[in-house]
Design a protein around this ligand. Structure first.
Ligand code: AMP
Ligand code: ZN
Length: 663
């Protein structure tokens, strides 16, 4: 095989694996093997830019930047759907159809109504040409670059397909991915996203497609549009679309009577909670496309389809009281204590009230009857007042910590109130120790959150360093602590002394220092002493470290108590230095700091950063006197250019950089 043939074979193979994984949900190789092949292809493509192909699976990582999304007219209008909420509504709809069509027998497709952002993707000669949002239905925004990063969207089709057509579907964010994104935001102290749907549609409008590529978006398809597509029914078009490689949810069903439509609705009203993504109803469509033509459209929507909306997962109940929880970082979360009520299959007693602004905005008062809703989130939330109780005054948010009575603070621009008594507020102390022992941190086996609280109350552990001075004799006397579990605990603590520096840094519980930030800092500074000595100016030059994180790191290490804790931890033999990094390919860039700016041809930004680190260099976020090289791509920011010139820092291209590491 010559190089081009190898490249083509790899592309085809990787496309098939993408399809198996993302569309069929049935991978046939490991992620590791996949990554190796992708890397191999990437390398060949780098060496042979002449064989570039915008449809190569390597292009899925994104990198293209869209400054302004161009508005483009839809060739075929994108309609809304009429809604129905009851059996009667559906019966009426069928009667209206039969009135127009006469008494022909009707078949229906029942599909789920996926809750995301609508999309229309045009394919020409089997290749993805363009993707438009719905917009106002007549024209939408061109989000092609972003859509191409969604792995379940085929760039090239399989089988026999029409020369040109549009396929319509919904861009969604599956629940698991959504929770994960939120977890990461919470970890770095940011506000979580409110629901998967808005996050999905927001993602489509991100300027940097590499960012979109990182989000776990999916695309579910449900309709074909075009001229001369040679199709007879909606159900047939679903089957065809699946054959061409699209992700068409399997739940769709062809039925022959309204009774069966009701069965479908009843079934999915319950079982939709088992699906990995959110749905908000069922869409019923007349199956026969000729009958669809006869029925036509109203000003807003097709007459041949109707959405049945599931009853909102919403109930009303009485708000008995509001309690305020204090988290590990001191953040206060107001929680509604409700008169227990049945909602989405569970009994709900508590719901989130988010923060002071939310309570004020909704003007929620104790004794009110409130609406509670369960969306994609695990904890239900209060969305409004159903009926005012007899509380005449609006709710006064607490001013002092419910646990330690310290006056609360609120930083401008932040939603949450905080208890600033970091070292004296019990839930903060306990929370910090609980965080210290978690799996991603010190991973102390044999010790759980409840035991930590017990140890704290028994005055045995007031600080995570105290864990390392625990004696078996101290703990066997505790409630529910047998001989064996005491041994396990002591062993677990001992074993944690080998946990690598980056996880130790995360375990310390510095505000805004989540897993990723801890890794960056550990890699950059390599030892805790170097990190402690770093000042603000130095910290912000680290890739992805902004002023807020930098300030928080400084504050942490300047605190006397923390200093003492760290020297104690050191004396117990905790890892405060990076071990030699074996993932490193070479160290030819040792001691050199690079700043990456602009858009690149050979690599995505993340790939460039990884290469720098793999070869022993450091990645900086902003240009300073400590920068050794700026790697500039297209559209490098003018401010950066000026700064680099001012400081006399060499600016190199990605090609020069490549030579540098090949040398
Ligand atoms: P609405 O936005 O309430 O007018 O509902 C219409 C939207 O529902 C369409 O624009 C689609 O984006 C979305 N939708 C979700 N699932 C389906 C489906 N199975 N068939 C048709 N439209 C759907
Ligand atoms: Zn407090």
């Amino acid at each position: 095989m010559n190089v081009l043939e190898t490249i083509k074979a790899l592309r085809e193979e990787l496309n098939q694996h993408n399809y198996n994984y993302y569309v069929l949900d049935n991978p046939t190789i490991t992620d590791y093997e996949f990554d190796l092949k992708l890397k191999q292809l990437q390398e060949l493509e780098n060496q042979h830019p002449e064989y570039f192909d915008e449809f190569s699976p390597t292009q899925r990582v994104g990198g293209a930047i869209t400054k302004n999304f161009e508005t483009i007219p839809h060739e075929f209008r994108m309609y809304s759907l009429d809604n129905s909420y009851s059996r009667e509504d559906l019966e009426d709809w069928v009667n209206r159809c039969q009135k127009i069509l006469g008494n022909v027998p009707l078949q229906f497709t029942c599909e789920l109504k996926y809750d995301g952002a609508s999309i229309s993707i045009t394919y020409e000669k089997g290749k993805l040409k363009r993707a438009l949002t719905r917009g106002d239905g007549f024209q939408g925004d061109d989000v092609t670059n972003n859509i191409k990063t969604i792995k379940s969207v085929p760039l090239k089709l399989k089988g026999i397909f029409p020369d040109k057509f549009e396929i319509r579907g919904e861009i969604i964010l599956p629940l698991e991915g959504f929770e994960k994104m939120n977890q990461e935001l919470i970890e770095i102290g940011e506000m979580p996203y409110s629901n998967p749907r808005n996050t999905a549609s927001g993602s489509l409008k991100l300027q940097d497609s590499a960012e979109v590529a990182k989000r776990p978006l999916d695309c579910l398809l449900y309709g074909l549009v075009g001229s001369n597509l040679n199709l007879n029914s909606q159900y047939e078009s679903l089957i065809k679309a699946a054959e061409w490689g699209f992700k068409v949810p399997k739940q769709s069903k062809l039925v022959h009577s309204l009774e069966e439509v009701f069965d479908f609705i009843d079934y999915w009203d319950v079982h939709r909670h088992d699906l990995p993504y959110e749905t908000d109803g069922v869409v019923v469509k007349i199956n026969d496309l000729h009958l669809q033509d006869e029925l036509g459209y109203t000003a807003k929507s097709p007459r041949w389809a109707i959405a049945y909306k599931f009853k909102a997962e919403q109930v009303s109940t009485i708000l008995n009281s509001i309690s305020y929880q204090v988290g590990r970082t001191g953040a206060i979360t107001p929680v509604a204590n409700l008169e227990p009520v049945q909602l989405a299959g569970t009994i709900v007693k508590r719901a989130s009230l988010h923060n002071a602004d939310q309570i004020e905005k909704l003007d929620i008062r104790i004794g009110d009857e409130v609406f509670v809703e369960k969306g994609g989130e695990i904890i239900p939330k209060i969305i409004g007042v159903a009926k005012r109780g007899n509380q005449v005054e609006s709710t006064q948010y607490i001013t002092h910590c419910p646990e330690c009575n310290t006056q609360l603070v609120r930083t401008p621009g932040e939603a949450q109130h905080y208890c600033p008594n970091f070292y004296g507020c019990p839930p903060q102390i306990i929370g910090r120790i609980q965080h210290f022992i978690t799996r991603k941190a010190m991973d102390i086996e044999g010790l759980g959150g409840e035991t930590v609280a017990l140890l704290y109350k028994a005055d045995l552990v007031k600080n995570y360093a105290d864990l390392y001075e625990l004696k078996k004799a101290d703990i066997v006397v505790l409630d529910r602590m047998a001989e064996k579990s005491a041994d396990n605990l002591i062993n677990g603590i001992e074993k944690s002394k080998t946990v690598p520096f980056e996880r130790v840094l995360y375990a310390l519980g510095i505000r805004y220092v989540g897993e990723t930030v801890a890794k960056k800092l550990a890699k950059h500074y390599r030892t805790i002493d170097a990190l402690i000595q770093a000042d603000l100016l130095d910290l912000v030059t680290v890739d992805e470290i902004g002023e807020r994180i930098a300030q928080s790191v400084m504050d942490f290490f300047q605190n006397q108590e923390n200093k003492r804790t760290i020297s104690r931890l050191k004396s117990f033999g905790i890892q405060f230095e990076m071990k030699e990094d074996f993932s490193k390919v070479s160290s030819i860039l040792e001691g050199k700091t690079f700043v990456v700016s602009g858009v690149f041809q050979l690599f995505s930004r993340d790939e460039l950063k990884k290469l720098i680190e793999d070869y022993g260099g450091k990645v900086g976020s902003s240009i300073s006197s400590k920068t050794d090289f700026v790697i500039a791509g297209e559209n490098m920011g003018p401010a950066k250019l000026e700064k680099a010139n001012q400081l006399n820092i060499p600016i190199i291209t990605e090609f020069e950089f490549k030579k540098m590491i090949n040398a």
